[in-house]
Design a protein around this ligand. Structure first.
Ligand code: AGP
Length: 611
């Protein structure tokens, strides 16, 4: 992961770099650092453990003004979070590098460079890059020529930026496996891992492609592709407002993003629904023809996005009869997969930059799938650019590390996909499609109603603040909802949470249940309700405390050790979307009670661009 930002300008770039880093903290926040070249030709740096605020304070006490700089916020992979391991890394006092990714042959490079007399001051893989560049510059004095030679020796993934005291009119950048974007200004230019970092200074961007090297100067930009040929890349103009990424009146981004769900779900639906049908062409011009040929669906994703895929399997098999498999990307990419030739390969990702999901897509493209479809929130991401078909979730920037609105909009997109496939294949009854289209139209209103449960959920959250373990139960499509609820609770409140299909309880986990282990469940009024009630009796009989989010017609009431929170009624097939919301609110309020860092929980990062 990690975030990179760089700037070359006539003005002092220090504040631009710090603002950029703050916006990139979602990529990691173990340490932060900046290297700046000043008018006296000195290259100086400042680095701090922890968040960007610590670096900002250090620069407040000891400013580093200058027209050229690179900066980095880190999510540690090689070496503990420490000042010595924080980027930028230097070779001597002339050369600085920031890097996002992993250099797999760093051990071998380190040994070679040590034999050449280089002394390493960190445990990072990145430091090998800067010393190798320093060594190569002796043979190839032009920074671009030297960098081209160096990347030829790197195995692994990198997005990197380099500055040199000897060549203070340029930033060199290289991309292979980690995203990089050039920001275009007037008489100034920038580089970053994500355009979000630069939205305060420009709205024009050029995305570097795999293998690209860029020479960024104040007034010009030159890009070479992997073959070393000079190329022109398209300039993308951004229109959405920079405020979308502000916290506004909310205490945390996560809360803001939970409360945005009615509005963003409306956006996911916009332009995709006819009067009684889903508009299949919304998936791309070839979708009508391709979807008619789909006999199987393979979904691949990570984390929350994987849970969305698990819900989609229930929908796809029930509504369309098309077999569907779902797998986490880190497993899928490393096993031999038997591919059905008419299989649609679907990736789901908020960021579109998750390394394992992206690698799985790249493998799939040569594995005989019919086509690839990305369900993604970031239209400019690698996943979107490398897929045959795309459906954007249009949730807007999600800043909180814990995914909320990204998940519910993914679910909506996957239900649209289900309906589109069912119609294209002729396996979905048109009356059923019309009924679900109507239910989808009503969904933003249903989500608004469910947010009205906030106070009730906040009260219940007190039950969890002192607990160390919890169980989440669900049946059918609510099982992945329970998994998502457990993931939310563990990632932001640090309470151990496990999810089980409720019917599995008696096959082992019931042994854990006692009065100290709250059991959370979601109980919409569906065909599995009576079965679920029996499972809840099993918990009560062992003294377990139950927290049940239940349909008001489910016939479940408060009692000793049973806390029922009523959820507005919803079409049973849309229940996974609606029942996710109280679980998001629950984890949020528990985390607030526990005083954790809700938006940036420990050890995590928003965008996982390393495998
Ligand atoms: C969940 O709250 C996390 N943010 C995480 O599990 C996330 O869903 C996962 O890393 C996948 O990210 P992506 O959707 O951007 O691919």
């Amino acid at each position: 992961m990690c975030g990179i930002v760089g700037a070359i300008a006539e003005r002092n770039v220090s504040a631009i770099l710090i603002e950029g880093l703050k916006r990139l903290e979602y990529r990691g926040y173990d340490s932060a650092g900046v290297a700046i070249c000043n008018l006296a030709g000195e290259l100086r740096r400042s680095r701090r453990i922890g968040k960007v605020a610590a670096l900002e304070q250090a620069l407040g006490e000891e400013p580093l003004p200058g027209h050229l700089g690179i900066a980095h916020t880190r999510w540690a992979t090689h070496g503990v979070p420490s000042e010595a391991n924080a980027h930028p890394h230097f070779s001597g006092e002339s050369l600085a590098v920031v890097h996002n990714g992993i250099i797999e042959n760093h051990d071998e490079l380190r040994q070679r460079l040590e034999r050449l007399g280089y002394v390493f001051t960190s445990q990072t893989d990145t430091e090998t890059i800067v010393h190798l560049l320093h060594h190569t510059l002796k043979r190839l004095p032009d920074l671009a020529d030297a960098l081209k030679a160096v990347v030829g020796e790197l195995h692994g993934a990198y997005g990197l930026a380099v500055i040199s005291r000897a060549q203070p009119d340029r930033i060199l950048a290289a991309r292979s496996g980690s995203p990089l974007v050039v920001g275009l200004g007037l008489g100034e230019n920038f580089i970053a891992s994500d355009p979000l970092a630069l939205r305060q200074v420009t709205d024009r961007f050029i995305y570097l492609e795999e293998g690209d090297i860029a020479d960024i100067r104040r007034d010009s930009l030159q890009i070479w592709n992997a073959a070393g040929t000079t190329v022109q890349r398209e300039t993308v103009q951004f229109h959405e407002s920079a405020e979308a990424a502000e916290k506004g009146e909310y205490r945390h981004y996560m809360l803001k993003e939970i409360f945005e769900q009615p509005r963003v779900v409306q956006r996911t639906l916009e332009g995709r629904l006819g009067a009684t049908q889903v508009l299949v062409a919304a998936f791309g011009p070839q979708a009508v023809e391709l979807f008619a040929r789909v006999r199987q669906v393979q979904i691949v994703a990570c984390g929350t996005s994987y849970h969305a895929g698990m819900v989609a399997r229930y929908w796809l098999e029930e509504l369309t009869g098309i077999p569907c498999q779902v797998e986490v990307a880190s497993e899928f990419r490393y096993r031999t997969v038997a591919v059905h030739p008419d299989s649609l390969f679907v990736t789901i990702s908020q960021s579109g930059e998750t390394a394992d999901t992206l690698a799985a897509l790249r493998d799939a493209r040569s594995s005989g799938y019919l086509a690839s479809l990305a369900i993604c929130n970031v239209g400019t991401s690698s996943l979107v650019r490398e897929s045959d078909l795309v459906l954007l979730t249009n949730a807007g920037p999600e800043i909180g590390v814990a995914s909320t609105k990204a998940f519910t909009t993914q679910l909506v997109a996957l239900l649209l996909l289900t309906l589109a496939l069912g119609r294209a294949r002729g396996t979905l009854d048109p009356a059923r499609e019309a009924e679900l289209v109507a239910a989808l139209r009503a969904l933003p209103g249903d989500l608004q109603a469910v947010l009205g449960m906030d106070k009730a959920v906040e009260q219940i959250s007190a039950l969890f603040a002192e607990k160390h373990h919890t169980l989440f139960l669900g049946r059918g499509a609510q099982y992945p909802v329970a998994m998502e609820g457990a993931l939310k609770l563990k990632e932001i409140s640090y309470i151990h949470a496990e999810a089980y299909p409720a019917g599995e309880l008696k096959h082992g986990p019931l042994a854990l249940v006692d009065s100290d282990m709250p059991v959370v469940t979601v109980a919409p009024n569906n065909a599995l309700l009576e079965k679920l009630k029996s499972n809840l009796q099993e918990v009560r009989a062992r003294g377990g405390q139950l927290v049940v989010f239940a349909d008001r017609e489910a016939g479940l009431e408060n009692g000793e050790g049973v806390h029922v929170v009523q959820v507005p009624h919803i079409h049973p097939l849309l229940a996974p979307i609606l029942y996710t919301v109280p679980l998001q609110l629950l984890s949020y309020h528990v985390a607030v009670l526990k005083g954790t860092d809700v938006d940036q929980p420990r050890n995590l990062a928003k965008s996982v661009t390393v495998e």
